[in-house]
Design a protein around this ligand. Structure first.
Ligand SMILES: [Ca+2]
Ligand SMILES: [Ca+2]
Length: 78
């Protein structure tokens, strides 16, 4: 019972994060975060962090890349 509750919370948490990504951060709605969108969302972000987050080095941050970065603490507390 407890396990089911925990995984439900995790799923809702991920859906909430995806919504924040799409609605608050991806301002041109192209499905990825450009460098400018990342800087707008994280004003103190550095080149090192941007490069670390963009794991496939295509110049854009996908939802997957952003989620991994958040979970690994690269993007700080927010
Ligand atoms: Ca975008
Ligand atoms: Ca990328």
């Amino acid at each position: 019972m407890k396990k089911i509750l925990i995984s439900t919370v995790a799923v809702i948490g991920f859906a909430g994060a995806a919504m924040a990504f799409e609605e608050a951060m991806d301002t041109d709605n192209d499905g990825v975060l450009s460098e400018a969108e990342m800087v707008a969302a994280y004003p103190n972000i550095t080149r090192e962090i941007l490069d670390a987050v963009d794991t496939d080095s295509d110049g854009n941050i996908s939802l997957e890349e952003w989620t991994v970065a958040k979970e690994s603490g690269l993007l700080g507390e927010g």
